[in-house]
Design a protein around this ligand. Structure first.
Ligand SMILES: Nc1ncnc2c1ncn2[C@@H]1O[C@H](COP(=O)(O)OP(=O)(O)OP(=O)(O)O)[C@@H](O)[C@H]1O
Length: 642
């Protein structure tokens, strides 16, 4: 079912058309809970451990998506190269500075002078050293700033592509994907990508450059010391690799519990009335407590591994430093290295070991982000609706549409293997009222879906005023229809804006006139700010019946040629129901109207009744004709009114 209709609970319970409502209600409730679960941002814990299916392909595609912004990436690379050069040069130059200072100090002591730093006795070297670090800092800021621009522009362009793509996706796509899933692609996945580009990729690139440069310098100073360091570095890398896998696994476990707990709390919140009415409060809060306990345990483990393990890695590096200090100390005493080189070597150890400890974690995060990007591309690759014909090639409806509708041998199925409609034919004259009846799942909504071209037919023809709807643009077709559904959709905005949704240029007078015709003006005036009252918090303060009246006003304002009404059968009071019926009658006057009828009593005056079963029209005619035929409709009618 394409529309999320509200459950039907009415006095005429015996109505055979709605025998399955309870089951439907249950199914819808279940669907809503599943949707809520999918809406939880962290509902896909397995994301944490995901790797891309095609790393190279995804990177290439991301690169082509960055067209127009690649220069920024070029600037980042140049800044990283220069930064790495400065960064690696600094310790080597510091060795020179210390050796110069040390030589000057010794010379001053030998001459019995007090040593002071002047431009010629080390000042010049100190100034250059300061300049190198200032340059490194400046280049670091440049790469962060430009990379942020690159990542956010890329994010924006992909997000825009998704937003445009969603408009071109067929409804079939939305039937098969939970809303939370799609929202998560456009928000979480893209945010993850830009965050990782800004931190992870940047870190990775400058880490690789620094590690290579520093190791070259270390080898130039001493192969022996570098060898000792590499043994320990290898050990710490293995530990890091193992730990980062554990961290991700534990983080995934934590996210799984966060997801479960959020869904359970949401479920308990939305079902609070039912929970209370069945006295299940204790059971409900026990479930929440149990999940909260599990979450606390999972969080404790994840935090321990994340926080307690890095001292272990540092310990391995410190051990390396102690051993290197002992060996290097011997070399210093033996005159194989200078004091400046001694301290510079330790600088390089720091420069290599810090990024090394983070390298495998950074690589995991990058892979994870690429997997997110892949999911974004998956949406962008989804099959789109058949494009509209070009405006000049499209057929045109007459300037004044009359509202004649023809279904000719229409065939359709939601999936190719399972045809639903095989041969649906009927003819509607302008201004007629057509009632569509049938048991739940008979295909009433589907008929409307096809008329509005929400789905494409598999065969046959649907015509409006004799023009094949397939040859029209969807916008040209749909502008002739007004729909009033049971699930009256209001958005966050004022009441006036909600009424004027289809005609944002409508004047206040027109809005009020429409509201009066819909019998909702009185109610609106009782609201705190009248027509300027904001509909917020899912319109909880507006009853189901009032919402429906507001949507009727919305359609009245658009003055469409053809109406589609899902008869009001929601749990509204008798007076509101009378208002709705009257408002609908006003609306139907002089227009072709399709009414999805839920009660046979309201359709006896219809010009044409389409009785549907299993996707097919099994009978059609006026009420009298169908009674005279004495078929299934007559039987149904007699079962209700006998
Ligand atoms: N989006 C969809 N994807 C796949 N199958 C669908 C979809 N919408 C409806 N169906 C199936 O098509 C058949 C007709 O459904 P439809 O919603 O048209 O019935 P209906 O007569 O409007 O029912 P109800 O009175 O309960 O609203 C049902 O078997 C339903 O399960």
């Amino acid at each position: 079912m394409a529309w999320n209709k509200k459950p039907l609970r009415r006095k005429d319970k015996q109505d055979a058309l709605f025998a399955e409502n309870a089951r439907l209600e249950e199914e819808r409730a279940r669907g809503a809970i599943e949707d809520a679960r999918a809406m939880t941002p962290d509902a896909q814990p397995e994301d944490e451990l995901e790797v891309p299916k095609d790393t190279l392909g995804t990177v290439k595609r991301l690169w082509s998506a960055a067209k127009g912004e690649r220069w920024r990436f070029g600037v980042v690379i140049a800044a990283i190269l220069l930064y790495t050069g400065f960064h690696v040069a600094a310790p080597a130059y510091s060795a020179h500075v210390i050796d110069v200072l040390w030589a000057n100090i010794q010379a001053a002591f030998a001459a019995g002078r007090t040593f002071t730093v002047t431009w010629d006795t080390g000042g010049q070297e100190l100034a250059i050293y300061f300049g190198i670090w200032t340059g490194a800092c400046a280049l670091y800021s440049v790469q962060c700033f430009v990379m942020a621009g690159f990542a956010e522009k890329l994010n924006l362009s992909l997000r825009t592509s998704i937003a445009e793509k969603l408009n071109r996706l067929p409804l079939k796509f939305f039937d098969g994907h939970k809303p939370g899933e799609v929202v998560s692609r456009a928000t979480n996945d893209l945010d993850k990508m830009s965050e990782v580009l800004q931190t992870g990729l940047l870190k990775l690139m400058s880490a690789v450059g620094t590690i290579i440069g520093a190791l070259i310098m270390m080898c130039r100073y001493s192969l022996l010391l570098t060898g000792i360091f590499l043994v320990f570095a290898l050990l710490s890398t293995l530990v890091t690799q193992y730990v980062s896998k554990q961290t991700l696994r534990l983080a995934a476990e934590r996210q799984r519990y966060v997801g479960k707990l959020t869904a359970t709390v949401e479920e308990a919140y939305s079902g609070r009335l039912i929970i209370k009415s069945f006295n299940r409060e204790e059971a409900s809060s026990a479930e929440v407590h149990e999940l909260a306990d599990k979450l606390a345990t999972a969080s404790r483990r994840a935090d321990f591994v994340t926080n307690a393990i890095s001292p272990l890695i540092r310990f391995i590096i410190r051990l390396a430093q102690v051993i290197i200090a002992m060996v290097a100390g011997g070399m210093l005493v033996g005159g194989q290295i200078t004091i400046g080189v001694f301290q510079a070597f330790f600088h390089y150890i720091y420069q290599v070991s810090e990024p090394l400890t983070q390298l495998s974690f950074t690589i995991n995060t990058l892979q994870n982000a690429l997997a997110s990007v892949e999911r974004v591309f998956d949406i962008l690759d989804e099959e789109e609706v058949e494009p509209d014909p070009a405006v000049e090639a499209a057929a045109h409806l007459p300037a004044s549409v009359e509202g004649r509708v023809d279904f000719e041998r229409v065939r359709f199925g939601y999936n190719l293997e399972k045809p639903l409609m095989r041969d649906v034919t009927f003819h509607v004259e302008p201004g007629q009222k057509i009632a569509i009846v049938g048991a739940t799942g008979a295909g009433k909504t589907t008929l409307i879906n096809l008329l509005m071209r929400f789905y494409e037919i598999g065969g046959g023809r649907i015509a409006l005023d004799g023009v094949d709807t397939h040859e029209l643009t969807r916008a040209a077709l749909r502008q002739n229809f007004g729909m009033v559904l049971q699930d009256a959709w209001l958005f966050e905005g004022t009441i006036a804006e909600n009424i004027a949704y289809g005609r944002p240029d409508a004047t206040r007078e027109e809005i009020v006139a429409a509201a009066k015709m819909a019998h909702v003006d009185h109610f609106v005036r009782t609201m705190p700010d009248g027509y300027d009252t904001r509909v917020e918090n899912d319109a909880e303060n507006i009853s189901q019946g009032q919402r429906q009246l507001l949507t009727i006003a919305r359609v009245i304002l658009c003055d469409p040629k053809i109406l589609i009404l899902d008869e009001a059968t929601s749990s509204v009071d008798t007076r509101t129901e009378r208002d709705i019926v009257r408002a609908m009658e006003t609306l139907m006057h002089g227009r072709t109207s399709f009414v999805i009828a839920h009660r046979l009593s309201t359709i006896v005056d219809a010009d044409l009744i389409l009785h549907m079963r299993a996707g097919t029209i099994i009978e059609q005619g006026t009420h009298e004709e169908l009674l005279a035929e004495n078929g299934p409709y007559a039987e149904l009618y007699r079962s209700q009114f006998a």
